[in-house]
Design a protein around this ligand. Structure first.
Ligand SMILES: C[S@@+](CC[C@H](N)C(=O)[O-])C[C@H]1O[C@@H](n2cnc3c(N)ncnc32)[C@H](O)[C@@H]1O
Length: 205
């Protein structure tokens, strides 16, 4: 994946950061709360965006949130300043495909609606596995290409429109990408048919 295609997606998110919160209603708050309720210790959220998950983390964690879009990250900073968060937080501009953290740093790695837009998803998945402790967990809420042949084909047709306006692919084969990255899926729950899923993944150690 070239630097140019990474910059293209980053710029799309910068462009929509001001209106992102009013446009994005894909993930229910109850799904976010349920995903995050048991996280503890040193937690990494990749592609934190405007900080939609911030109200749902339990107390006493240390959260590091990264995003490659300064525009989205500024919105997350503003949210963190207005909410009285019962945990420590650091927000850092960083590419999930090439993170600065040492191996085996985090107890939990969180991603919600991120691997639809990470330009090189397999590289990004390998990186989150690298920085997750061997006994740690990777948890996700992700939309992906439908397993229904007709719906999947329609998603392929519409995909260029969503990538070019928003930056997100609607036809990512995320389960295949997880396998290609060498990770194993421990739990998979279908929240909206086969299109939107909650996943629990073991790092590749
Ligand atoms: C659809 S938004 C989701 C934001 C947030 N996770 C949520 O649940 O609302 C995807 C986010 O992932 C970020 N992102 C995509 N690829 C990335 C990468 N390679 N490194 C860091 N952030 C990335 C985008 O900038 C954007 O903020």
């Amino acid at each position: 994946m070239t630097q140019r295609s990474t910059d293209k997606i980053k710029n799309r998110y910068n462009r929509i950061s001001g209106v992102y919160d009013s446009m994005d209603k894909m993930i229910k708050d109850s799904w976010r709360k349920d995903l995050l309720k048991n996280v503890t210790g040193n937690v990494l959220e990749v592609g934190i965006g405007t900080g939609a998950n911030l109200p749902f983390y339990p107390p006493d964690i240390h959260l590091t949130g990264i995003d490659f879009s300064p525009g989205m990250l500024n919105k997350a900073r503003m949210k963190a300043d207005t909410l009285e968060l019962p945990y420590q937080i650091s927000l850092v501009e960083m590419n999930a495909q090439e993170m600065d953290f040492p191996d085996n740093t985090f107890d939990y790695v969180v991603a919600t609606c991120v691997f639809c837009s990470v330009p090189d998803p397999v590289k990004g998945l390998q990186e989150i596995s690298r920085v997750c402790k061997p006994e740690g967990e990777i948890i996700m809420l992700e939309h992906m290409r439908s397993e229904n042949a007709v719906v999947g084909k329609m998603m392929d047709i519409v995909n260029p429109v969503t990538v070019n306006t928003w930056g997100a692919n609607i036809n990512r084969r995320t389960l295949e990408n997880i396998n290609k990255a060498g990770l194993s899926i421990e739990e998979k729950e279908d929240l909206v048919f086969t299109i939107f899923r909650k996943l629990k993944i073991k790092p590749d150690k």
